[in-house]
Design a protein. Sequence first.
Length: 163
Amino acid sequence: MIRILLPFDGSEHALDAVRHVIGMRQAGLEIEAVLLNVQDPPHLYEVVLAPDAGLIDSASHEAGEHVLAPAAALLQTADIAFETAVVTGDAAHEIAEQALLLGCGQIVMTTLSHGALLGRLQDAVSHEVVRRARVPVTLVPPPLREVEADDLAALGAEDDGTS
């Protein structure tokens, strides 16, 4: 059985990685998953204003579990055994480290989401995970969007120099 770490940030693209793992299971692989959410560290003002440091940790963990819920529902529906983990820190560092600490033999995560600033940040994280990880990393690209008529017209205009 392969234990797979699935970093999950709550985005639709991150669900593509979960669906990829489900496809691996449907192809006959025995899989156990660990859903991981990495929370940003608290800001200084949160630390200063909180009456108890445990409250910050508790809120962060609760927020992470909430983010993991859609991915957990997909895995549960697919009858894939899984556990969840929520940690705080730098995403790339924590993903690579947690893979080892949690005994995962592979990481499956998504990559760039079509050029948006957020996508570029996600891409930077995925590439840093590949650089740091000591286990194989599968990067799942976002699905190609359907080409619309306006897109085709714009491409045609560029090709014939009328744009």
